[in-house]
Structure formats: C-alpha cells, structure tokens
Design a protein around this ligand. Structure first.
Ligand code: ZN
Length: 499
C-alpha cells in the first residue's frame, strides 16, 4: 500500500510538472495541422530520382540501433538548448526509409563482420568472418579458400571510380575491413594475431590485405600499430609499449604503401597538423592513421591532435570527388558500438551526434541529383529507452517516476552489460549520482552484447526508392550497385545511358 501511495503522489507531481513544461504554441491545434500540411506537401512534391548514381556516400553507424538513433536526436537538440524530441537530425531528412534484417547465417544476433559482409559484399555469412561466404568456418584458414566474395568498394574501383574508407576505429576493424579483406577471422589484424597454422595454410592478415587487394585512394582511421614491425615506437606515444608496432614479419606496411605510390601524390599522416596540410586538390592518395588502435571517443578527443569525423569526411570527399567518374566512400561512426559495449550511453550518443554532423557535411559537399547517400546501422544494442520522462528532460537523466523499490532509474539502460549493480537485492540509489556513467544493466556481462532487432536504412539521391520496405541486409549492396551501375548488374546504365 505504501508503495502505491508513493507511486500515486509521484504521478501527480509528474502531471503537474508535465503540464507546466509543455510549449504554449503546441497547445494550439493549428501548430500541428500546419506542420503536417507542410510535410504532406513536401512528400507530394517529391519526384522519383532515377538517375545513375555517380557517387555513393555510405554512412554506417556501428551499433546505431533505432533506440540509439532516437536518443541521439534528442541529445543533439538538447545540446542546442532545445527540448530535443522535435529536433530534425540531418539523417531524419532522408526521404526513403526501410528496415534491414541483420541475422547472420549462423547466429540470430550478428556481429559487425558478418553484417558488413552482407551490406558491402551482398552475401550473408558467419559471425567473425569478413569478405567470405558462409562456407567459411570462423577462424579456419583452409575453409576460406575459394569462398572469397568482393565488395561494392571493389566494384566501384573496377568501374573507374575513386574509393575511400573513413572510420573512427582502426582501419583493420570489421566494418572497413569488409571493403577490402577476405578473412576467416576478423581478429587477424596483423600477422602477430594469426595462429601459425593459418599462416602456414596461406592466409594473410588484414593489414597486409589493405595494401595487396583493391587500390584504395583514401584510408582514414586508426590502427598504425598493426602496420609496423614489432618494437617500432609509436610517434605519438613512444613510451607506451602497448602502442608499439606488432608485426612479426618485419614488414613496415606504411613505408611499403608509400613506395607503392611512387610517382603519385601520396601522403601518409598521423596527426592533425599534417592532416590539415594535405591539399585535397593535389592529392591522389591519403593514408591517415591517427592512433595506434581505435580513435578516441568524440567526447574525449583532443582537437589539436586528431580531426573530427566531420573533418575526415570532408577531406576524403574533396580528394575523391576530383574523379570525373565519381566515387564510393564508406564513412563509419565505429565507436557508437564500442561505447554501448561498455554500457556508456553518454559516449554512444555523442558518437552518433558526431556522425550526424558528418552526414550534414557530406550532403553539403555533394549534389543530390548525382550522389546516392545511405545511412544505416549494422546491428543494434540492448539499450532501452524507458520510463515516463517529461518532455525536454535530459535524455541521459532519470525517470521522474520511481520504481517499486522506491528508487529512481535512468531513462536509458541496458538489458545486459558491465553496469549490473545489485547488492543484497537492492539497486544503487542514484538520486545524487551524475548519470553520464555506465548505465544499469539487468544482467551482468563483461561487455554488453549486440541485439537482434532490425536496423533502419535511410536513403537520398538517385534510386533512393530502392531502399524501402523490410529487406535482408545483403540486399543493400545489390541495390547500391544497381543505382550506380557498378558490379555485375548493368541494367540501370542501359536504361539511362552512362554518365
Ligand atoms: Zn560490437
């Protein structure tokens, strides 16, 4: 009974506060009617864009499930002192929206390696494997032979386009690796990460494939420790042993890359000063590796040492778009996922907001009539968005209604993860706790898992209407290729004439 009384009085409090925080103009029905009319007219005025896509700009939010998407929208607005819910993110303006089913051939809930192989190579595969079909067994080099599948980045390069990858993780990480590598294990970053048997059977590490497979014009991210011989001191952290070179084969892939590009204007940079000095107008090739491993979270980034994803996206587009035949660029907000694994909603949402600003930069630098822009996630995470927070209440805050244990809880929390904290049957009292922290999780796991619900696919530009409905994730690669007339299916260029 006591609990019920507490809940009822809390509800009265909520209603009282709730009504006073409403926006006055929203009390007028005309506000909603005129807004809806404007939206309706813009949808009615929309014309199908059936051009051949000269460029493909592909933004991938790693782990950016729909809950993250909505919560990031609210955070973006709140960072601009708005209530947030009504904020229109750049990705919200994409006219075509569909859903993609993310399961892999062997698991109901997939990882970034299997999903990237699906949406980049057009073939669903097994967990932990990259650029190979499901006939390949996880970690078994021998099973990879003859089962390689190529990506849309390669198809675009073969069609004469310039191609690039931009990520906030190491460039050997699952998502970017699926554009260029074929490997039975996503963990084979350098030869030092491979079992002797796999090397003996002729498999090669992901870093070496970055040089030996498709000729990639722009490579931006982290991961320099996998490129240099064991014991090579890192230029930024010379005293940190863990950041030193890892390779056992003695190869210096950065130097090799530079000599491979002899006669071209090719720049290797590892800090922002040198990056800023790269003139996109005169640059043919750029390799930028800003950290030994993954880049820092946007919220922790040192703006004097490392550029933002907005700056890296801009540099990549400016270099690639000099090609009259167009470009394919993958831009990955790769650490949304890593923040969620750590149960840190604050970090995950700031990463997603940064990705939205990069998308805005991408749209600013390209033309809608010739550039197919896609935004999607590879998979989701078990973050829930719950309670009855007031309108405009901090998305990283607490529910105004307490739970049955007479304790508050956060609006965002996790199904599983490192934030599980129950002592003697009681949750922690967070009344005086800053909740930009590791959110509570129902089940203790060292790292939050992924989750298995569908992800959103947003599209804008030529053939954007192909990206509608509920589709298998591997369909995305085929639809992008059709729109741009790259790869095996050339029917669209016959219909439209080549660009
Ligand atoms: Zn993950």
């Amino acid at each position: 009974m006591e609990l019920t009384r507490v809940a009822i009085s809390a509800l009265f409090l909520l209603l009282a506060f709730g009504s006073s925080s409403a926006k006055v103009e929203e009390e007028n029905p005309e506000f909603w009617r005129s807004q809806a009319k404007q939206t309706l007219q813009s949808v009615l005025d929309r014309e199908l864009n059936t051009n051949v896509a000269k460029n493909i700009l592909f933004f991938l939010g790693d782990g950016m499930g729909i809950t993250t998407y909505t919560a990031a929208r609210i955070l973006k607005g709140q960072l601009q002192n708005q209530t947030g819910e009504e904020t229109v993110m750049t990705m919200d303006t994409f006219p075509s929206v569909g859903l993609a089913k993310t399961y892999s051939v062997d698991f109901q809930i997939a990882d970034s390696a299997a999903t990237a192989t699906a949406y980049l190579c057009g073939v669903k595969t097994n967990l932990n494997t990259i650029g190979v079909s499901a006939a390949t067994r996880n970690g078994v080099c021998k099973s990879q032979k003859g089962n390689e599948v190529t990506s849309i980045l390669k198809w675009a390069k073969d069609a004469g386009k310039s191609v690039g990858i931009v990520t906030t993780t190491r460039v050997q990480h699952a998502t970017p690796a699926a554009t260029y590598a074929h490997t039975a294990s996503r963990k084979w970053y350098s030869d030092a990460d491979m079992p002797a048997g796999a090397k003996k059977d002729g498999c090669t590490d992901i870093s070496s494939q970055l040089l030996s497979n498709t000729d990639i014009d722009v490579i931006i991210g982290g991961g320099r420790k996998y490129m240099t011989p064991r014991g090579t001191k890192d230029p930024e952290y010379p005293r940190d042993y863990s950041s030193w070179g890892k390779r056992k084969d003695g190869r210096d892939l950065i130097k090799e890359w530079q000599s491979m590009k002899f006669g071209k204007v090719a720049h290797y940079v590892w800090n922002k000063t040198d990056f800023d000095a790269v003139d996109p107008e005169t640059t043919d090739y750029l390799m930028a590796l800003f950290e030994p491993g993954d880049l820092r979270f946007e919220a922790d980034r040192d703006p004097n040492m490392d550029p933002s994803i907005v700056e890296t996206t801009e540099k990549a587009i400016r270099i690639l778009q000099k090609n009259p035949k167009g470009f394919f660029l993958l831009v990955e907000g790769g650490r949304i996922d890593q923040a969620h694994h750590a149960g840190r909603a604050y970090m995950a949402l700031h990463e997603a907001v940064a990705l939205d600003y990069a998308i805005a930069k991408g749209l600013e630098l390209t033309k809608e009539n010739e550039t197919l822009t896609i935004v999607m996630a590879d998979h989701s995470h078990p973050m829930t968005f719950n309670g009855y927070p007031f309108r405009g209440q901090s998305i990283l805050g607490k529910s105004p209604l307490w739970a049955m244990d007479v304790l508050p809880y956060t609006t965002l929390m996790y199904g599983n993860g490192p934030g599980h904290k129950v002592a003697n049957g009681t949750r922690p009292d967070i009344r005086n706790v800053n909740t930009n922290y590791v959110q509570l999780a129902a089940v203790p796991t060292e790292s939050a898992t992924h989750s298995g619900e569908d992800v959103a696919v947003l599209a804008r530009g030529p053939m954007a209407h192909l990206f509608q409905g509920v589709q298998e994730q591997n369909y995305i690669a085929h639809a992008m290729a059709y729109a741009a007339c790259v790869g095996a299916d050339q029917r669209h260029s016959n219909l439209n004439g080549s660009l």
